[in-house]
Ligand binder design. Structure first.
Ligand code: ACO
Length: 248
């Protein structure tokens, strides 16, 4: 975890993952993304809420730019498309588990959330932002595309026009605008971030665990389902709930 620049604390039903390279503004390396994937794979079964936060002045300054020195050595060979595809897919696993229905994931964002850091916040179910939060999808400005699962939630949250504008100008979105665009569900003063996250976690844990899992599954399916499919999904989940609650 230390090599990955991560810290994991598990306290009963709550796991807290801290991006922990404050001297590098929590810049992330391949080890960070592999470490995140490993946390997802090994999370104790009784964890219900996962909080992601950053140590120091920023949530995360994105990919460690040091990895670009030496002509991109260490990145998979772009000429070997299949190998590179596998390589990126492995890194994406650091993000995809955050959408699993058995957990609710909360990003506590303060300071900069740039590139891979912004995408990490987007991979979480709920974003709580401090009023000093600054979101920026910087990849296109560096000649890259956002490839750590961020494009889908970004478009779903802000719409295609705004997503294009944000990505293709690589401009920074401040907390107030982030709240308006739906990129942050809650914005609080910087010194109130930890308290706001604690309150949110307590409220999430107060809900029936089985209902929380079923409802998250249902809500994530909604965007891709027709109304008919979604109605069927609601009935299926409710049958499961009724069976669990009343044994029939
Ligand atoms: N990779 C490696 N080191 C970094 C990164 C990074 N992404 N971001 C910051 N650092 C280092 C700085 O080099 C500096 O190191 P030093 O103390 O040895 O000089 C240290 O962290 C502190 O950074 P400062 O720039 O001094 O901090 P400040 O608070 O003024 O600025 C900011 C923070 C805005 C995040 C700035 O550092 C920055 O723009 N970083 C680069 C962001 C970036 O382009 N990320 C890539 C996005 S694309 C992607 O993620 C795929």
């Amino acid at each position: 975890m230390e090599k990955a620049g991560l810290r994991l604390e598990v306290d009963g039903a709550v796991a807290t993952v801290t991006l922990d390279r404050p001297e590098r503004r929590n810049a992330m390396t391949f080890d960070t993304w592999r470490g995140l994937a490993a946390i997802g794979r090994t999370l104790p079964a009784d964890v219900r809420v996962v909080v992601l936060r950053g140590a120091g002045p920023s949530f995360s300054a994105g990919i460690d730019l040091g990895m670009f020195s030496g002509g991109g050595e260490g990145f998979a060979d772009g000429a070997d498309a299949e190998g590179t595809d596998r390589f990126i897919a492995e890194l994406q696993e650091g993000y995809t588990w955050l959408r699993r229905p058995d957990i609710v994931t909360v990003a506590a964002v303060h300071g900069h959330a740039i590139g891979a850091g912004f995408q990490l916040a987007l991979a979480c179910d709920i974003r709580v932002a401090a009023d000093d939060a600054k979101f920026c999808m910087k990849e296109p400005a560096l000649g890259l595309v956002p490839d750590l699962t961020g494009t889908k939630p970004l478009v779903e949250i802000v719409g295609i026009g705004r997503a294009l504008e944000l990505c293709l100008t690589a401009r920074t979105v401040l907390a107030e605008e982030a709240a308006r665009l739906g990129l942050a569900e809650i914005v609080v003063p910087r010194d109130g971030l930890d308290g706001a996250v604690r309150d949110l976690v307590a409220a999430l844990l107060a809900v029936n665990p089985g209902a929380a899992v079923a409802t998250k599954r249902l809500l994530w399916e909604a965007a891709d389902n027709t109304l008919e499919e979604q109605c069927a999904a609601e009935r299926r989940e409710q049958i499961g709930r009724l069976r669990e609650m009343f044994g029939r």
